[in-house]
Design a protein around this ligand. Sequence first.
Ligand SMILES: [Zn+2]
Length: 239
Amino acid sequence: MATLEQLRKEVWEANLGIWRGGLVTMHSGNASGIDRRRGLVVIKPSGMDYDRMRPADMVVTDLEGRKLKGRWKPSVDLPDHLYIYKHCPEIGGVIHTHSNYATSLALLGRSIPVVLTAIADEFGEEIPCVPYVDNRADHIGKAIVKYMGKKAPAILLAQHGTFAWGATPRAALKAAVMIEDVATTVHLALLLGKPRPLPPATPLTVRLPQRTHDRQYPRRPIPPARLSWPHGLNDYCLS
Ligand SMILES: [Zn+2]
């Protein structure tokens, strides 16, 4: 079983992943993970530069948001992460970003329909857009749980951004990267015309269990941050 320090490292890697992938700007966005056996949540500190963060900077709280470990204040979005963890026992990692293309669709209140094979493969259904909700207390978390789909591991928040999740912080990172990827393509297509839905007979792929995914796509080291758009999940991760 993973230790708390391993979870801190995983959550740190997921936070670096969204920064390296260009999904966040300055201090926006955050990634978290949960150790359900111990009832501990690990999340990015509030207002810290992504490139300065170390695993030990990740803040550890309980499921009520009480800080147990760490020098810094937890992300202000902690209540929303906690609400999702409390109401979705299968979720082990959560990520929030304001990634530009996905947020441009969210700004218009548009869900992302199944118009690409990548959407069918990665999300299995339309990616819903939650009507606007303010960010006080856990209002966003409540709205996400209310509107989340049966399969899609991500959601758009009208006039705000995205939330993505998965069995682990790394799986949540994949969903955060993929929603921005498909949103970019859909956004560009909308500039040229009207995307067509996939034929109804198109089978929607069942996502690989995380262990199978990690076996097929083993982690590998990557060079320091770069400006070009990475090509795969491993390019967002340090190890
Ligand atoms: Zn936000």
